[in-house]
Design a protein around this ligand. Structure first.
Ligand SMILES: Nc1nc2c(ncn2[C@@H]2O[C@H](COP(=O)(O)OP(=O)(O)OP(=O)(O)O)[C@@H](O)[C@H]2O)c(=O)[nH]1
Length: 489
């Protein structure tokens, strides 16, 4: 039944909390301010009182209530007030209640824990103010039209989520545009399951990595139960620390005060399902302030937008990784991981063009494992594969970073050696030959290679260069194997 409250000399009140001790405490502290104070242990009992008795002020103390179990009952209680004065005492670690209860009717709130005299004064102020009609749009709410700008800026900052780092930083900058915000940060849950400070932006030199003692593995931080940004991500809750001291961490409180921070708000960034959040947003304000329902809704919307941005950034990263993987599979040889024949042909064309443009020498070395068929026949194919991998590894380590090693056929390889003349190509080929000869291949007798070297001629095509290198290789085979031959022009 909607209640109309009057200002009277001896106001009536109703205090709701499941713990007998909390009810007794409130009665002892604030009972004298009421002509009659009722105490209720839950929403049902409180609804009964409201239905039968005039109640000037309802005080809901959320401590010990369970957001999952008790939300509906308390929501019904707020709705039953019909706008009559309602004060919610909300623990700082769980401010998610506020938006949910404000959606059911006008309520004012104070963040607990509250010193006794502050609680007494809060109740007295609420009783003095009496029943304030709630117009459609208060001046404050009109002021909050600025929230539209905030939403717009946040949307712009998120864009299409391209790169996570840049997007997160833009988002923090946008959040700092909200009046009173001195610093904004985004914490992101990593694929491995721990929390990382992804981005921060703000004034006064506040650096959360320094304040928290680290920038990653933050779910293991001793401050995860006290600092709103960490609390929001680890416990999936809205945390509203409206006085640094309430964190129960004197050093943290002192550091926040030193940086001129009077209040810190942590908002979870929701994940797709009911599980752990994707991370959290953390806003630090210069001074403590209260939030209206419109503001809390706007903040929840900002957290949803951030979730969308993180999702996009994750998708972009995943598709880039997938593209890189597909490219790797399409361009490299599955057995040895060096460039495959098709990719080698394309690279040779590119290198030939570059050599022509800059008038630089280019050498192609073709090499082939000697009597490889015997290795396969004697030791089996798996051992043959191991030999191929080892030869590729040894060769890859020897060539320069700018050279490309290609598996051009079964036991045939090429080295595309840019900036390399025939003489240098011969030296490199000899180095390769000697290295393979000296490499111990487990379970196999000595393995050797034969090599042919050709330097790119003026106007020569890739095909012609390859034919000449292979012809030199064939000569090396005929010359007895385990040697190098230079191609004629
Ligand atoms: N284990 C293994 N063997 C391969 C692979 N690709 C090709 N071969 C084998 O490589 C051998 C090449 O033999 P040949 O072309 O006769 O040449 P060779 O025995 O090395 O003799 P020379 O080149 O004349 O010294 C063949 O037995 C192929 O089956 C592979 O991926 N794995």
């Amino acid at each position: 039944m909607p209640q109309q409250a009057h200002q009277r000399d001896a106001p009536t009140g109703l205090f709701v909390n499941p713990a007998a001790g909390r009810r007794a405490e409130f009665e002892a502290l604030c009972g004298a301010q009421f002509g009659r104070l009722r105490l209720a242990d839950g929403a049902d009992a409180a609804l009964e009182v409201l239905a039968t008795e005039q109640t000037d002020l309802l005080v809901i103390d959320l401590d010990r209530f369970d957001p999952g179990l008790d939300h509906d009952g308390l929501a019904a209680l707020v709705a039953a007030r019909g706008g009559a004065p309602t004060l919610v005492l909300c623990p700082f670690e769980n401010a998610r209640w506020l938006a949910a209860l404000m959606a059911c009717g006008p309520v004012e709130y104070a963040i607990a824990p509250l010193p006794d005299e502050v609680l007494q004064e809060t109740v007295a102020a609420r009783l003095r103010a009496g029943c304030t009609p709630v117009p459609e749009l208060t001046p404050r709410e009109r002021e909050q039209q600025g929230l539209q700008d905030l939403r717009r800026q946040v949307r712009e900052a998120i864009g299409d989520g391209e790169e996570l780092g840049a997007m997160s930083e833009r988002l923090c900058r946008a959040l700092c545009g909200w009046p009173g915000v001195a610093h904004a940060a985004l914490f992101h849950l990593q694929p491995g399951g721990d929390l990382r400070l992804q981005a921060q932006y703000g004034e006064r030199g506040l650096n959360l990595a320094r304040l928290l003692g680290r920038g990653d593995r933050l779910l293991q931080s001793p401050l995860r139960h006290a600092f709103p940004g960490l609390l929001a991500a680890s416990a999936n809750t809205v945390a509203l620390l409206d006085a640094p001291e309430k964190s129960g961490e004197p050093l943290l409180a002192e550091a926040l005060r030193e940086h001129g921070i009077g209040m810190v708000l942590g908002l979870p960034i929701p994940s797709d399902g009911p599980g752990t959040p994707r991370g959290s947003l953390c806003l630090s304000f210069r001074a403590a302030r209260t939030f209206s329902r419109i503001e809390l809704d706007a903040l929840a919307e900002v957290a949803d937008l951030a979730a969308g941005g993180l999702r996009l950034a994750d998708l972009n990263r995943e598709s880039e990784e997938m593209l890189a993987q597909v490219t790797r599979l399409a361009t490299s040889d599955a057995l040895t991981s060096v460039a495959n024949r098709r990719h080698g042909e394309a690279l040779l064309e590119t290198e030939i063009k570059r050599a022509r443009r800059y008038r630089l020498p280019l050498a192609l070395i073709a090499f082939d494992i000697d009597r490889f068929k015997t290795v396969n026949d004697r030791y089996g194919h798996p051992v043959g594969d191991m030999v191929l991998r080892t030869v590729a590894e040894v060769a890859q380590k020897l060539v320069r970073a700018s050279d490309v090693l290609v598996r051009s056929g079964g036991e045939e390889f090429q080295v595309i050696a840019s900036h390399t003349s025939a003489i240098d190509g011969l030296k490199m080929a000899e180095k390769l030959r000697a290295a393979i000869e000296q490499t111990e291949m487990p379970g196999v007798d000595q393995v050797t290679i034969s090599l042919g070297v050709a330097q790119l001629g003026d106007q020569e095509s890739a095909d012609s260069l390859t034919v000449r290198a292979n012809a030199a290789l064939a000569r090396a085979k005929r010359a007895g194997r385990n040697c190098v031959e230079l191609a004629m022009l």
